[in-house]
Design a protein around this ligand. Structure first.
Ligand code: DGL
Length: 264
């Protein structure tokens, strides 16, 4: 069991931002990743449809022997995490936008959240606000188009500035000093986002926290890998393999060389 892979999925390449954090903390683990690129983006779909796609993705990863599944997608977590947990016999680690660390650390008492429409509309997000946002103004902003930019590997400022300014500038005018990246695609835009918001706004994502949670869950089950060598990261896509390959190369350039692209 301990040598079995950790599974992870997202609507596309976004979840790789979480995978990178897991690789950093737990380098000895094998990982199998599914980019459900054929159905990307999830964020504009009805929750019921996202739930069905999440079931299919989980089954794909279970067929490949996953000992734990990371729902490396805020949208799929909001739509399906509870159902995934009750339906399948492995532990699931899901994502919520990092509202808690942002509201705990803000000095201006104003926090922006960039996420997909589905995440913002889901009950889980309302729960998060009622639990952690007392006395803090939280401004959620849906960001259609950003996921598509990342899927095309166009994360540099030249390609993303116009759209990012449209979403971020109204939040800056509100006086935010924390900006939560509530979609796993957005960390790939971090450099561009930081150059727009400037040093007075801290940009926060959930990758490292999720990696620590994966470690805790595996540890508590005695299921951490005891292999000394670096594990294998195997990537699958349900969409166009060539496009996926190009985007992965662009996004992981210099950050992760130890991966292989599966045939199907
Ligand atoms: N990366 C996903 C998330 O964290 C969703 C992107 C999408 O497909 O809309 O929400």
């Amino acid at each position: 069991m301990s040598q079995a892979p950790i599974g992870a999925f997202d609507s596309g390449v976004g979840g790789l931002s979480v995978v990178l954090a897991i690789r950093q903390l737990l380098p000895g683990e094998d990982l199998v990743y599914l980019a459900d690129s054929a159905h990307c983006p999830y964020g504009d779909k009805p929750l019921e449809e996202i739930r069905e796609l999440a079931f299919k993705a989980a089954e794909f990863l279970l067929e490949r022997g996953s000992k734990l599944i990371v729902v490396a997608c805020n949208t799929a977590s909001a739509a399906a995490l509870a159902d995934l947990r009750s339906r399948y016999p492995v532990p699931f680690v899901g994502m919520v936008p990092a509202v808690k660390p942002a509201t705990l650390s803000t000095a201006s008492r104003r926090v922006g959240v960039l996420a997909t429409r589905a995440t913002i509309q889901a009950e889980l997000f309302a729960d998060l606000l009622s639990q952690f946002a007392e006395g803090v103004e939280v401004y959620p902003q849906a960001c259609p188009g950003l996921v598509e930019l990342v899927e095309a590997g166009r994360t540099d400022l030249a390609h993303s500035e116009q759209l990012l300014r449209r979403y971020v500038e109204p939040l800056l005018e509100k006086g935010i000093d924390r900006l939560v990246l509530g979609c796993t695609h957005y960390p790939f835009l971090r450099a561009s986002i930081e150059s727009i918001v400037g040093p007075a706004v801290s940009v926060i994502d959930s990758g490292a926290a999720i990696a620590r949670q994966v470690q805790r869950v595996l540890e508590s089950r005695g299921a951490l890998s005891n292999r000394g060598a670096v594990g294998v990261l195997r990537l699958h896509t349900s969409g166009d393999r060539e496009l996926f390959k190009r985007t992965v190369r662009a996004l992981l350039d210099g950050r992760e060389t130890f991966y292989e692209l599966a045939d199907s």
